[in-house]
Design a protein around this ligand. Structure first.
Ligand code: ZN
Length: 139
């Protein structure tokens, strides 16, 4: 498709690389799919929603793994096995140091983490924390 003369005075440019768009639809914005993808990645990546979805996906997976271990009656597991199951130890919902113990929670499941193992995996109640959060929100 040819552009009109008026269009040639201000020819459209690729939004990403700036290359003049001399062919294609008049409302075309990118010279290639690659430029379109790069532009979207640069402009939108990572949006808060994308980050939130990604973090929630990892947390959900972590919780599924811990939940499965508990259902199997497994309360201690070496870290390598956990990583092989797809667990991401950097994603937790809370952390507390209790004496020499490093306690982490993933939603309602708490555990202690050592350099080589996670141990004392236990399901906790959420009521106390939920009440506390509601109180804090009402301040
Ligand atoms: Zn381009």
């Amino acid at each position: 498709m040819a552009y009109k003369i008026e269009d040639m005075k201000h020819p459209p440019h690729c939004l990403f690389c700036g290359r003049v768009l001399i062919s294609g639809r008049p409302d075309r914005k990118f010279c290639s799919v690659a430029c379109k993808n790069r532009w979207h990645n640069r402009v939108k990546h990572p949006s808060r929603e994308q980050v939130e979805r990604r973090v929630m996906r990892v947390l959900s997976r972590n919780h599924l793994i811990l939940d499965k271990l508990l259902r199997l009656g497994i309360y201690n597991v070496d870290r390598l096995t956990l990583l092989e199951l797809g667990y991401h130890p950097d994603y937790v919902t809370s952390y507390r140091k209790s004496g020499v113990h490093h306690q982490y929670t993933c939603f309602d499941i708490r555990y202690e983490l050592t350099p080589t193992r996670i141990k004392n995996i236990v399901r906790t109640g959420l009521e106390d924390d939920a009440d506390k959060m509601e109180d804090e929100e009402n301040v």
